[in-house]
Structure formats: C-alpha cells, structure tokens
Design a protein around this ligand. Structure first.
Ligand SMILES: NC(=O)C1=CN([C@@H]2O[C@H](COP(=O)(O)OP(=O)(O)OC[C@H]3O[C@@H](n4cnc5c(N)ncnc54)[C@H](OP(=O)(O)O)[C@@H]3O)[C@@H](O)[C@H]2O)C=CC1
Ligand SMILES: CCCCCCCCCCCCCCCC(=O)[C@@H](N)CO
Length: 332
C-alpha cells in the first residue's frame, strides 16, 4: 500500500517538479523585461485598426510614438485622434512598406527605434483558384517583403544604439492564420507563416545585441480592414475562423504590449490563441520555464484537440460541398 502511494506521489508531484526544475535551467534565451515608457515605439500600419490601437496604447504609456502607412490623410486623422485622447503628438511617415528607399528615409528621419512594431498587413480571403497571382504577390510583397524592408532599414541603428544594456524589441504582427492554414487564406497564411521563419532565424542573429523578437497572433479583430475583408469572404473561411472568438483592437493592443514588455517570443491574444500556441509550439524559443512546462505536459492532449478541430473543419467543408451539390440543378 505504502509503495503504491509512493509511486503515485512520484508520478504526480516529483516528476513534474523535476521537470520544472530542469526547464528552469534549460530555457533559452533567458527571460527579459522590455520597458516602453520614454522609449521610441515605431508602428507600421499605425493609422488604422490594430496599429492605431497600438499607437494609442503606447502614447498613453508614455512612449514616443511614430507611425508609418501609405495614406497621408489616414495618418493625419490618426495623429489627431491620438492627440485628442492622450495629448501626445505622434510622428507620422507616409511610405509604402514595399518601397525600401522610402522606408529607409522614414526610419532614418524618425531616429533610433527601441520597439519596432511591424503591424502593416493586407488580407483578402479568397480561394486560390479564384485569386489572381498578382494579388498573391501583392500579399507576399506587403506582409512579408515589407517586413524585411523595415527590419533591414531599422536594424543597423538598433544594433549600434547608445545604450546596449537596454533591451530593445522587434515585434511582428502575424495572425492565428499564421499558426494554422485556413481555407481562403493560401496567400495570407503563407505570408504570415513566413514571418515566423523570419522571426525564429532573426532572434538567433540579434540576441547578442540584446534585441528581442516577438510574434503576435491575433484572431479575427474588429478593424476597418476586417470589415472590408468581410464584404466578400468565402462562407467556409467564416465558419472555420469562427473556431476562435473575435476581439477588439484595443484588447489586441493590450496583449501585444504585455507580451513585448515581458519579452515573450510567441504572443497569443485570446484563450483559443493560447491553446493554438501550445499546440504549435514547435521549435520556437521559450523564455518562460512555466510556459515550457505547460507546453511539455500539454503536448499530447493538445495534439488530440487539434485533430478534433481538423475533424470539425473537414466535416464543415464536406457538408458545404454536399449542400452545393444538392442545391444545384441536376444534370441529365
Ligand atoms: N483584423 C483582423 O481580423 C486581423 C488582423 N491581423 C493583422 O493585423 C495587422 C493589422 O490589421 P488591421 O488593423 O485589421 O488592418 P487595417 O486594414 O485596418 O489597417 C492596416 C494598416 O496597414 C497599413 N498598410 C497597408 N498596406 C501598407 C503598405 N503597403 N505600406 C504601408 N502601410 C500599409 C494601412 O494604411 P494604408 O492603407 O494607408 O497604407 C493601415 O494603417 C495586419 O498585419 C493583419 O494581417 C491579424 C489577425 C486578425
Ligand atoms: C488545440 C488547438 C486549438 C485551436 C483553436 C483554433 C482556432 C483557429 C482559428 C483560426 C482563425 C484565423 C483567423 C484569421 C484572422 C485574420 O488574420 C483575418 N481576419 C485577416 O485579418
């Protein structure tokens, strides 16, 4: 009897404790805190939606804020809105992220960046067969190449900053569609998965300079871009994406800065996002030994949960095709 109790004790107390202790020493890179007060936060796509909410949040937290986007009108409107709400003046830069020279000029003019927040993005949900290749290329050029352009432009000055003891951040806004491929998002998911490869490789290259990379994975978020996207979104995209709840841009902004400040590499935004991030932890760096413990212990069961989601998604797809067949006129 005593033996049985001891085995049980070993199983549920000693093994997990040993695991936690092991992971405490194992996790790399080490945890870091990145303050944003009185620091320069540069936000791409800062004139609308999530980016605008990020600008509001950073200004309210006492950061110096710069925003970059294409439309000067929208930038001026955003500047006025932030000034009205916080009394803070943000600097605005009109440039297309696809244009390296324009981006370089903006970044040089803005001055040394402490938090480079790459949030710009375009998205059109459409079956690949119906999507023009020009639109696929546009999506990849803006979301992926645009991010390379910004990083190449900003990194040299970030590396050679005055105070190398102060950690700085490069944060990229991906999407839950950058953690799992979703119907209608072939181009978009590819661009957002691409950001993950970029981020994982870059983190290894810049860690020695005390530069820390974060990836943010929002679910559907109530923004002007999202409203536009919804005008012509495939039914199945809506059905599958509704597996995760929708958020307000202000909530996404809050999660984003919580994550950046605590130096998280992966930043989920809602409960489904946490599950999705655990299920897709892969070989991403993990600085938190507690999160690492959860990842290890939850891996098996989350794989089952993931397969259940795939089951519901493929069942929806099958149903949708059957309904279409039943609804269309019969051929003789
Ligand atoms: N809303 C959602 O459901 C979700 C969004 N995301 C991601 O969050 C980010 C923000 O999305 P959201 O706020 O909804 O988008 P919005 O369409 O509301 O805003 C997009 C911003 O990016 C700017 N932008 C777009 N293209 C370029 C370009 N070529 N060069 C410079 N700036 C550009 C826009 O300004 P302008 O047009 O003037 O250039 C605008 O400021 C995107 O990366 C998106 O993929 C992730 C998950 C869910
Ligand atoms: C064990 C695993 C649990 C998983 C839960 C899975 C939920 C996946 C839902 C994916 C939603 C994709 C939203 C894309 C939003 C977006 O980027 C567009 N609105 C364009 O901006």
């Amino acid at each position: 009897m005593a033996d049985a109790y001891f085995s049980l004790f070993t199983l549920i107390v000693l093994i997990p404790l040993a695991l936690i202790a092991f992971l405490y020493f194992l996790v790399r890179p080490r945890p870091v805190k990145i303050p944003i007060k009185n620091r320069h936060v540069f936000i791409t796509g800062g004139s609308s939606g999530i980016g605008l909410a990020l600008a509001h949040h950073a200004a309210a937290q006492g950061s110096r804020v710069s925003i970059l986007a294409r439309s000067r009108n929208k930038l001026e409107e955003a500047r006025n809105a932030v000034r009205l709400a916080t009394g803070i003046d943000v600097s605005v830069f009109a440039a297309d992220v696809r244009d390296y020279d324009a981006v370089k000029r903006a970044v040089d003019e803005a001055g040394p960046i402490d938090v480079l927040l790459l949030n710009h993005g375009v998205f059109v949900a459409l079956e690949l067969e119906k999507q023009e290749l020009s639109e696929v290329k546009f999506t990849l050029d803006v979301n992926l190449m645009g991010s390379f352009n910004l990083i190449k432009a900003a990194l040299p000055a970030m590396r050679t900053r005055k105070d190398p003891q102060q950690p700085v951040s490069i944060a990229l806004v991906s999407s839950q569609a950058g953690q799992v491929g979703i119907y209608g998002y072939a181009a978009y998911s590819a661009s957002k998965f691409g950001l993950r490869g970029l981020a994982e490789a870059l983190q290894q290259e810049v860690i020695a300079d005390n530069i820390h990379v974060s990836l943010i994975f929002p679910p559907d978020t109530d923004t002007p871009g999202f409203a536009e996207e919804n005008k012509r979104k495939p039914e199945l995209t809506k059905i599958i994406a509704s597996s995760s709840g929708a958020m307000k841009p202000e909530e996404v902004a809050q999660k984003t800065f919580d994550g950046i400040k605590s130096g998280s590499f992966i930043i989920p935004c809602n409960l489904e996002g946490i599950a999705l991030s655990l299920a897709t932890a892969g070989l991403s760096p993990q600085r938190s030994f507690l999160m690492a413990t959860v990842e290890v212990l939850a891996a098996g069961i989350l794989r089952i949960a993931g397969l259940c989601f795939q089951w519901t998604w493929y069942t929806s797809i099958e149903k949708w095709h059957n309904q279409r067949k039943a609804g269309s006129p019969q051929r003789s």
